[in-house]
Write a protein that binds this ligand. Sequence first.
Ligand code: 0O2
Length: 214
Amino acid sequence: MQDLQWNKFLIPYEQAVEELKVKLKGIRNELRATSEYSPIEFVTGRVKKVSSILEKAKRYGFSPDEIEEKVEDIAGIRIMCQFLDDIYKVRELIRQRDGKDLYIVYEKDYIKNKKDSGYQSYHVIIKYPVQSAFGEKEILAEIQIRTLAMNFWATIEHSLNYKYKENIPENIKERLKIAAEAAQRLDMEMWQIRDEIINAQTLFETKSNTVSSI
Ligand code: 0O2
């Protein structure tokens, strides 16, 4: 595909990422305004770079015609949560939208089934209809749900993979596995005192709002 064709191909993916970010941030704001807590801490999104799409297609042996149907994470949304159980609450929020404005294709639980690398996250692959100037187009998107600790680990491991071109030296791989276990322990510890933390955060926010309104 030429650059211009890629630009055209990626338009619905860019639109889907923007729309999904708005919708998920909307849920977060609404929950924060109406209850003391939102399981969504923050949301990010990106459209995969053309070089990464081509690299993934090559790795899996997909022909250019198969990219649209088989590369599931061209549109990617990431939802960060404070606590472990928030991940499954967010999953429920997404499941409630199934058949309405999105369609769940399948889910992958890399928390119950941690990857060999140490990677943890919950992935939901969806079909998302985008209204374009030329009618409706359904695209695939990947929603990754993870805690802040899991995100910290994954971001660092991702940059090391980039640096070492997917060949991270064994000693660093081992360290990363230990770090992944530490992140898992951190999540468990924070989860144990979840109510205490939420209570403190609510008090802190109320105090900040009072001070700023004086
Ligand atoms: P980017 O830059 O985030 O787009 P595979 O990619 O072969 O492992 P598959 O079947 O394509 O696996 O899907 P999977 O496992 O759901 O992985 C898709 C995305 O999940 C990856 O996209 C990463 O974002 C994330 N991910 C999966 N495994 C790991 C891991 O071991 N470490 C980190 N840091 N992230 C992971 P991309 O295309 O790799 O990257």
